[in-house]
Design a protein around this ligand. Sequence first.
Ligand code: S3P
Length: 428
Amino acid sequence: MRGVFIKLVTGVEGEIRVPGDKSISHRAALLGGMAHGETHVSNFLLGQDCLSTLRCLKQLGVSSERQGTEVWIRGEGMEAWTEPTDVLDAGNSGTTSRLMLGVLAGSPFAVTLTGDESLRSRPMRRVTDPLKQMGAQIVGRNNGNLAPLTMMGGQLQGRAFQTTVASAQVKSAIILAGLRASGETRVEEPALSRDHTERMLRGFGVEVLSEKTVVRVHGGGRLTGQDVSVPGDISSAAFFLVLGSLVGRGKIILPNVGVNPTRTGILDVLRAMGADIELIDVSEICGEPRATLCVRPAQLKGIEIGGDMIPRLIDEIPILAVAASLAEGETVIRDAGELRVKETDRIRTVAEGLNALGAKVEELPDGLRIQGQQSLRGGQANSLGDHRLAMAWAIAGMLSKEGVSVEDMAAADVSYPDFLAVIKKVAR
Ligand code: S3P
């Protein structure tokens, strides 16, 4: 099998500025496009997913300019968006597709939205059903559940929803539609998911009421262009938190990482496992807290996680599973059935991928049971086009006796374009 070979490293040292947060970059572009006046975004993530959001906006008549990681979006309000002359392609991005459907539900024109093979297999009824109930017309394969989806937006009516999964994409799609609906729109979720949309909307001048797991907005709010400084992505930092914990020696410093409490489950869990992670220089800019993280090696022990913790670290479970396979004792992850509908079925792909490297992982219906070991053998792994698997396997390679050959490492470009160069730089 061909692939990128990642070999065992005995130490690490250095400072890594992880790229901008994916969720926040998407929202900055989208809200910038909905606002009146210019929005300037700094530290925008140049991953394929966020570029998909910019490309879709362009097709809707929203122009932007980019210089490195700085983006300027010329917003003229949602009323100025125009019917696209071709299909919108969200690529691999669940966030682009679901949030975009939310905004477009209030636009009086037809749009067809599609994506790559993975996105076309991911469930969309969770957003199309509520948007239909608010008044949008949507048709698609599998009774409106699978892209390509065609939507005819228009007059929306605010409603109250109780979602069955804690999903920020669903919550955000409903809130964004609610901004264009008459009356109040209310979303209650079973556990709190990431709240970047709520925070950023307030920054753009819209009133959003949040109380525990309930969010309410009124239609008719006007967004005004802003300066948005995107913090580093904790989901990208997580790979180095695990590497820095399990490598033999050295220290990794990660400046400017977003530490919004709806995203810091990985810090809480790694620390509960025994990790030595320090948070310094905590500050809040543009409504989003950030800090410098410093990680040093430590013996990790197994843990049981589930419940409300899961939405706070859902994207970090692949790399957490690598950590658990090198911890002392058993780790059990439950209530994480959502992993089955991510870029891949991450319960199956993580279990099969890690077992092929010599780990002992059992697939559970809604999670994983992992027996920690002193070492991993290594071998061959495949990202299956899933960015987080590509990076998890590369880190596993740096911690495995025989290293790991990663097939389709390029998948990492979705959220971390220079990942390979960075891990080479930090290895000692
Ligand atoms: C995201 C929400 C989460 C997460 C995804 C990004 C977002 O998905 O897994 O990577 O930006 O809103 P769900 O809303 O499907 O849980």
